[in-house]
Design a binder for this molecule. Structure first.
Ligand code: GUN
Length: 294
């Protein structure tokens, strides 16, 4: 059997088309386009590529993009002052600080300085707590993307055994909360979990965000399970050429899974699409407009 491919590129493109329609509706009501500000500190090539893609998608969907690139030696005080300015700027509906930040900057303090109403990453402690408390919240984009892709394979998650491999604040923990909210039975596994293959084999829905290239083998997957691979790892093959692979050994896994996300073209494109949706949500909530129907 060969698993169905869950095409994140196609789904992200559908979402962006809906975002463009909603952005136009909101722009008309506000008298200005919804705006997303992205702050980046230092010169991390992966972050630069993400930030470029974010800006391009924001503009293509009819929103305003405000990019702030600061040098690696920026002080904490300078960064906090910029965040305060963007918090107070009425043209900015969404504000995110690209991670990782350079050593010497206290990321927790920076993330807590973002206005929770503009926190389109969902990393502010208030939004983290609201998600955990089943209250309306801005929710991290990558876990949202995982849920939307998994919904292409499951009409409902109620009663499913879901295993989330990885416990990061950005993906694993919020994803587990979202799955729990959708009535799945959720296990969070991680690098210290005993007998990871056996835990993974229990999963009807296996979400992997552990940051290790091709770590999950085909033999770890329950036949017919849905596999959501969050990893993006750059490896150099025997031919000396670089390529990107996920945290799941795709060629093996696709032979066992019922449905699986590819890398690239799975979760990756969904993250930015969900960021655009979060920006619309923030814009509507701030202006007391009806929430977008995406
Ligand atoms: N770095 C890697 N992923 C993310 C993300 O989702 N948001 C931000 N701000 N930085 C990241």
């Amino acid at each position: 059997m060969t698993g169905r491919i869950l095409d994140g590129k196609a789904l992200a493109s559908e979402i962006r088309a809906k975002v463009a329609v909603e952005a136009a509706r909101i722009a008309k009501a506000l008298g200005r386009p919804p705006g997303l500000a992205v702050v980046m500190v230092g010169e991390n090539p992966a972050s630069e590529s993400y930030v470029r893609h974010k800006a391009r998608s924001t503009i293509e969907t009819g929103m305003a993009s405000f990019e702030h690139k600061l040098p690696a030696d920026t002080s904490q005080a300078h960064l906090l002052a910029l965040i305060a300015r963007l918090n107070a700027d009425p043209a900015v509906d969404g504000l995110l600080v690209q991670l990782p930040l350079p050593a010497g900057i206290d990321s927790a303090e920076v993330l807590a300085a973002v206005d929770p109403a503009k926190d389109v990453d969902g990393f502010h402690p208030l939004n983290v707590g609201r998600l955990a408390s089943d209250m309306p919240a801005l929710v991290p984009c990558t876990p949202l993307g995982c849920i939307l892709l998994a919904k292409k394979a499951h009409a409902s998650f109620a009663g499913l055994e879901a295993v989330v491999l990885g416990r990061s604040k950005i993906v694993g923990k919020p994803l587990a909360q979202l799955l729990l909210r959708e009535n799945a039975t959720v296990t969070i596994a991680h690098s210290k979990t005993r007998d990871l293959p056996a835990v993974c084999r229990r999963a009807d829905l296996l979400c992997v965000a552990i940051g290790k290239a091709e770590f999950v083998r085909g033999s770890w997957i329950k036949p017919g399970a849905t596999v959501i691979d969050v990893g993006i790892n750059r490896i150099v093959g025997a031919d000396g050429k670089a390529r990107f692979v996920g945290d799941v050994a795709f060629a093996e896994a696709v032979e066992v899974a019922g449905a699986i996300t590819p890398v690239p073209g799975g979760v990756g494109p969904m993250t930015i699409a969900c960021l655009l949706v979060n920006t619309l949500r923030a814009a509507c909530a701030r202006a007391k407009l009806p929430a977008p129907t995406i």
